[in-house]
Write a protein that binds this ligand. Sequence first.
Ligand code: SF4
Length: 328
Amino acid sequence: MAPGPAVLEVCRVSKNFEADGGMLGAAFFKRNRPVVQAVSDVSLTLDQTEVLGLVGESGCGKSTLGRIVSGLIPASAGAIKLDGTPHHTLTAAERRDWARNVQMIFQNPYASLNPRQTIRKIVEEPLKVHGIASADEVGAQADDLLEQVGLDPSFGTRLPHELSGGQCQRVGIARALAVNPRILVCDEAVSALDVSIQAQVLNLFADLRERRTVAYLFISHDLGVVERLSDRVAVMYLGRIVETAPKTDLFAAPKHPYTQALLDAVPRIGWRQSARTMISGERPSPLDPPSGCHFHPRCPRATERCRTETPQLRDVGDNQLVACHLYD
Ligand code: SF4
């Protein structure tokens, strides 16, 4: 399905967290607590029915950005807009509507389901809470949702612990779909699954986008997973977006040294391993990010300018945006 107009806009969003450093830290940092810059000045758009993959190492801020988009946590600065309306201007009732439209699917399928509820109750609950189905219809709609995610309705009588990880993730997807969301934020949604089950759940996501008008923000550290499903990919490093591009361009000709290093680190059949870049050194702490380009302590092509000046995302052609001084 071709992507439509932008349903979601992320406009210069930042998110800071105060670090307490535990009991000792709380006493020590009474006044000036250190601040973790989890997300820094991020702008993105997501079109109707588009799948935008968001990749980066653990701790780069991608899950925090997913939670901001879902309305679970507020941004420290900037705005997120659904159909052009900023989240921070909404009334409480409108925020509930936002929460219905932007559903999140989590990494751990067991932890995201109530262990005491049967599968049918879990899927029926959003239908009832949001008044989507009458008391007469709710059972049939729950069965239909289970079938849509590839589960026989007879699973409805079981409890989550009686299901495999893949089956639990399907229940989580059915529950999210129950409210007809516009956007699914999938946060490492297949990372906890075995490889064969991962493939099945990815196929399910691909099938669902053919059958429904839904966009995905697909967050993963796994480039193979992102390549499989995404139309476009955004690469995040230490809270900043460093490159966005259509999937085929990004995987064929990555521009940013960090993206190049990420791709070079993935063993791929038929992929010519280049001597281009290998990431060396530890990922810097978001409590004290490097000046200028955050990637400069690990970048083999860093210059003096990279240490002092923050590169801005710029269009380098073919809808590819890169934040690197090499492309000025
Ligand atoms: Fe490397 Fe400099 Fe580009 Fe950053 S701006 S990725 S340090 S070359």
